[in-house]
Design a protein around this ligand. Structure first.
Ligand code: G4P
Length: 533
């Protein structure tokens, strides 16, 4: 028998990993799966990536450039918990995809390279987490290599992120001199050891009381004195860990470890189990009334945070990744979007470990894949009654704009259809100026354009070319009807509409945006737009 809704909900932990490329996200993902028993040997995540790439002949870019464009989810059990690890693309050109995925996460793990500390992409992703009050656990990785002093890294976290770091571990040395960590919560020492030649399985790391008899065989007396003194000092210098403060986004518990050497990885899962929030209540409009919808609400609801295209290239399928926000979902249910579209969910998928399988049920916090033929788009809300609408899948003002043309001028209607469909999936954004017949696409990173060209060629048989356009910066604009009218009259050539008909202003550059914004204080310029659907 299935446990009650509240018990099922309380078991779920849905999180994403944020990091700068190369900090070790893939390695950590793989070792989390290994520690959770979802895979048996290291190398599987990468191998899966390879397999996927060779299968997806439509997406040669992935293969050529050796990057994974698609993001997905991996579900596995850890003790009583169901862990949903949301995978995000590593390449920063696809950060929009990552931002959207973060809207589906209840918490995040921030991975820092112990030698490098906070890097630009970490900072950007952190800001998105802060915007959404997503609590963050910090994993300081690669302690088996020469690292910065732990205090220096924690200071950087405090200063750059305005977040209170609370070490749960304190490391003894790094690189060749890395001996392990004190678990400051228990005063145990967890000894680090490198794998022996040919050893591949999960590595055991001995845990023993720091002041016990057994430690003598692990640390020299001098090392034991040093780390004991440090542990006392550290306990006095940092605040005590407070789960409530972490969940409110003020404090971040910090673990030191090595993803590659499977050190600290099980403890990270334990921290997620013990501290990370179960599915959070979601802000929503229910029957047009603003409310916060608890995950234990009976009505099934959720939202599409990603469209995964062409998982199976033979079928040109579209799978909407739906993060369930409340209720107990059952296979075969009919769900409605806020705008009245209906969909019978007969073949919902879950992504267990490394595989996708048909699922009969799912709960708040879970992600189900809903195959459809372009009915669902990114940001759509789904619920049984169709009266629940979530806001919050953000669009970010693109940083690169291009005019797009089709080589055969007779096909420009087809081009619009393709650009609209791909914008609905979130591949790129589409803007239509009020004057003229241009179609302008916007992206955060240039690789998004490459994906667009490939997909338009493969799926719509159109050859497109990009041309530089006079605009390089875009903002959504808002204000009273009169203010917008007068603004539009004076700035005709820069007025355009996005996919949802929302007004935007296209400027030649950031300077012009600032100049125009200053001259129209009654019009609000924003670089993020959240749809309510
Ligand atoms: P990413 O997904 O964040 O981009 O990083 P990824 O896991 O691919 O790791 C980047 C590099 O850092 C990889 O080395 C990986 O093996 C290494 N690495 C990750 N975690 C640790 C760790 O705890 N200790 C050490 N010493 N190295 C770590 P690479 O040489 O670029 O790739 P590979 O040839 O080893 O696969």
């Amino acid at each position: 028998m299935t446990s009650p809704l509240s018990v099922q909900t309380a078991r779920r932990r849905t999180f994403a990993i944020i990091s700068h490329p190369d900090a070790g996200k893939t390695t950590l993902t793989e070792n989390l799966l290994l520690a959770g028993g979802a895979i048996r040997e290291a190398g599987a995540v990468r191998a899966r990536g390879e397999r996927r790439r060779t299968r997806s002949d439509w997406m040669n870019i992935e293969k050529e450039r050796g990057i994974s464009v698609s993001a997905s989810v991996m579900t596995f059990e850890f003790g009583d918990c169901i862990i949903n690890l949301l995978d995000t693309p590593g390449h920063e050109d696809f950060s929009e995809d990552t931002y959207r995925t973060l809207t589906a996460a209840d918490s995040a793990v921030m991975v820092l390279d112990a030698a490098k500390g906070i890097e630009p992409q970490t900072l950007k992703l952190f800001e998105v987490c802060r915007l959404r009050d997503i609590p963050i656990l910090t994993f300081i990785n690669k302690m088996d290599r020469e690292a910065q002093e732990p205090e220096a890294i924690l200071d950087e976290v405090a200063q750059k992120l305005a977040l209170d770091p609370v070490p749960l571990f304190w490391p003894q040395g790094s690189g060749d001199r890395f001996r392990g960590v004190v678990d400051l919560r228990t005063n145990d020492f967890i000894a680090f050891r490198r794998p022996k030649a040919g050893e591949t399985g999960p590595l055991e790391h001995v845990r023993t009381p720091l002041d016990g008899y057994a430690i003598a065989g692990i640390l020299t007396p001098a090392e034991q004195d040093e780390i004991t003194g440090m542990a006392e000092l550290v306990a006095d210098s940092y605040p005590a860990f407070d789960v409530a403060s972490y969940r409110e986004g003020h404090m971040t518990p910090v673990l030191f470890g090595s993803a590659l050497r499977q050190f600290g990885v099980t403890e990270l899962l334990e921290a997620l189990r013990d501290y990370a929030p179960s599915p959070r209540p979601q802000k929503a409009l229910v029957k047009e009334t603003a409310t916060t919808l608890p995950a234990e609400t009976d009505e099934v609801s959720g939202f599409v945070f990603k469209i995964q295209a062409n998982m199976d290239p033979n079928h040109r399928d579209r799978v909407a990744m739906v993060r369930l926000a409340s209720g107990q979902f059952k296979r075969g249910m009919r769900l409605k979007t806020g705008s009245g579209k209906q969909i019978g969910v007969h073949n919902p998928m879950m992504f267990v470990g490394q595989d996708r399988e048909l699922t009969d049920e799912a709960f708040a916090g879970d992600v189900i894949g809903v195959p459809n033929h372009g009915v669902l788009r990114v940001g759509d809300s789904l619920s049984e009654s169709g009266t629940v609408r979530f806001s919050g899948i953000p669009n970010f003002a693109p940083e690169i704009l291009r005019r797009v043309l089709v080589k055969d001028p007779l096909k420009s209607k087809h081009l619009r259809k393709a650009l609209t469909a791909l914008a609905e999936e979130g591949v790129t954004q589409l803007f239509t100026p009020e004057m003229g017949s241009d179609m302008i696409v916007g992206a955060v990173g240039p690789l998004q354009f490459d994906v667009l060209v490939e997909r338009i060629a493969a799926e719509y048989g159109l050859e497109v070319v990009f041309e530089p356009c006079p605009f390089n910066a875009v903002r959504w604009i808002d204000g009273t009807a009169a203010a917008l009218d007068s603004f539009a009259n004076r700035n005709k050539s820069g007025i355009a509409r996005d996919l949802d008909e929302a007004l935007v202003f296209l400027g030649k550059n950031a300077w012009e945006l600032g100049y125009v914004a200053d001259r129209h204080p009654d019009v609000k310029f924003t670089h993020i737009r959240e749809r309510v659907v």
